[in-house]
Write a protein that binds this ligand. Structure first.
Ligand SMILES: Cc1cc2nc3c(=O)[nH]c(=O)nc-3n(C[C@H](O)[C@H](O)[C@H](O)COP(=O)(O)OP(=O)(O)OC[C@H]3O[C@@H](n4cnc5c(N)ncnc54)[C@H](O)[C@@H]3O)c2cc1C
Length: 394
């Protein structure tokens, strides 16, 4: 049988691949700046790890000593995440005074991933982004470093979408990697997250506290590797066999965990719809952010951020972490940007993924407006535009 030619689909100014928090932020930013924007997502639930992966804790947008570090679309998203469901924000609730609580709880929150996913779909629509679910980007069409479009696989067959700019927000840099952008693989502990409801939680729900009722439980390793199975080594995600082993081994650990309590006492409400790898692959961009940049101010920053693990830390994210110069119409956003070591830890979490998404989406739209590319974009204009759109530069 001959493999059919792909069907030619409408062209877009900006195509964003991946509907996690980074892709959503990038698409909304590009669309608000007037770019005809398509977001394609291989699953049928928006939010990526932050919903489908059951990571239902929005890390802080403050520095932990009373200063807000991140605003813009990322702040819109933390507020959206709890608009229709429970939360445990410090004091929501009008104004900024909640950031002025040094040494108290940080401006972070639990949220319902299922409700957040539905709200994200509405958010894209409200912001004029065309959404295509069930659309797996297979190969970027690259000639001399220029990405002319994206080949996809869908229930309707193979399709080809021409694009002026492409933003890779896949969480695994698969678009950039297949385009030929240099990348680095991440190493992971085995972690498997689920959501559970037990008798104690049900009682709390009956009293009206759903935040404590829906419990996030983790099998396998913590952030620091505690609980990683002995002898397993660090895990990379390069093949479907890797993914299968990761998910099946993690699922076994989850079963062991729930077997510790009686079957009448608890339920697993939902399982992760994507593997809980923290770091799959990241691009090697013009600048590699390694976390040693504390208090350094970059002229070309796309915003500031703290460190979710430590208080009082201040960083700025350079624009040059978002692309590789040999691929001037291809941006990266989210947990795949050019960051390594401690820098990768700081930048991969939800609030910063949204920040880099807004930076990439705004940059792509400004390139279109000013007839420039990633290398020639006026970064003073980029920063001024981001500032006008509420992004903070601390
Ligand atoms: C175990 C664990 C615990 C964590 N805990 C926290 C936490 O408590 N708080 C926090 O803030 N962060 C946490 N994180 C990190 C955070 O959740 C993620 O790094 C962040 O959500 C990444 O967002 P993203 O948009 O960059 O990528 P992703 O969420 O990975 O989104 C990528 C999207 O692209 C889609 N996609 C991929 N390939 C294709 C393709 N070829 N075609 C079309 N679509 C594609 C995927 O389906 C997905 O929807 C945790 C991560 C893990 C693994």
């Amino acid at each position: 049988m001959k493999i059919p030619e792909p069907k030619l689909m409408p062209a877009y100014d900006v195509i964003v691949v991946g509907g996690g928090v980074a892709g959503i932020s990038a698409a909304v930013a590009a669309s608000r700046k007037g770019a005809k924007t398509l977001l394609m997502e291989k699953s049928v639930i928006l939010g990526g790890l932050a919903t489908l992966g059951l990571i239902s804790w929005y890390e802080p947008i403050c520095d932990g000593t009373g200063k807000q570090m991140i605003s813009g679309i990322s702040e819109e998203l933390i507020r959206l995440s709890v608009r229709e469901s429970f939360d445990d924000l410090p004091v929501e609730r009008g104004g900024k005074e909640e950031f002025a609580r040094p040494n108290d709880i940080r401006y972070a929150t639990h949220y319902s991933p299922t409700i957040f996913a539905l709200l994200l779909t509405e958010y894209l629509e409200e912001n004029g982004v065309t959404l295509r679910l069930d659309t797996l980007a297979t190969y970027p069409d690259v000639e001399n470093g220029i990405c002319k479009g994206i080949l996809v696989e869908t229930v309707g067959g193979r399709e080809y979408f021409p694009a002026k700019f492409v933003i890779d927000a896949t969480g695994d840099a698969s678009v950039c990697h297949r385009a030929g952008v240099p990348t680095e693989l991440g190493e992971n502990y085995l972690t498997y997250v689920a959501h559970t409801l037990n008798r104690e939680g049900a009682a709390l729900a009956a009293e009206g506290d759903f935040c404590k009722a829906r419990k996030w439980i983790m099998a396998g390793a913590s952030l620091t590797g505690k609980g990683h199975p002995e002898g397993k080594g660090m895990l990379t995600c390069q093949t479907a066999d890797d993914v299968t082993d990761f998910v099946v081994s993690g699922g076994k650990l989850m079963l062991e965990r729930i077997r510790q309590s009686g079957k009448e006492d608890r339920d697993l409400m939902t399982l992760p719809g994507m593997p809980n790898y923290r770091k799959i692959r990241r691009i090697v961009g013009e600048y590699v952010f390694d976390g040693t940049e504390e208090e350094i101010k970059f002229d070309n920053a796309v915003g500031s951020m703290g460190d979710f693990r430590k208080r009082g830390k201040h960083y700025q994210l350079p624009y040059t972490t978002l692309y590789n110069k040999n691929f001037p119409n291809l941006f990266a956003a989210g947990r795949i940007i050019s960051a390594t070591g401690e820098g990768w830890e700081i930048t991969r979490v939800i609030p910063v993924a949204a920040l880099s998404g807004q930076g990439a989406g705004t940059a792509a739209a400004l390139c279109l407006k000013t007839n420039t590319d990633a290398n020639t974009l006026d970064t003073t204009l980029l920063r001024k535009t981001l500032e006008e759109d509420g992004v903070l530069f601390i």
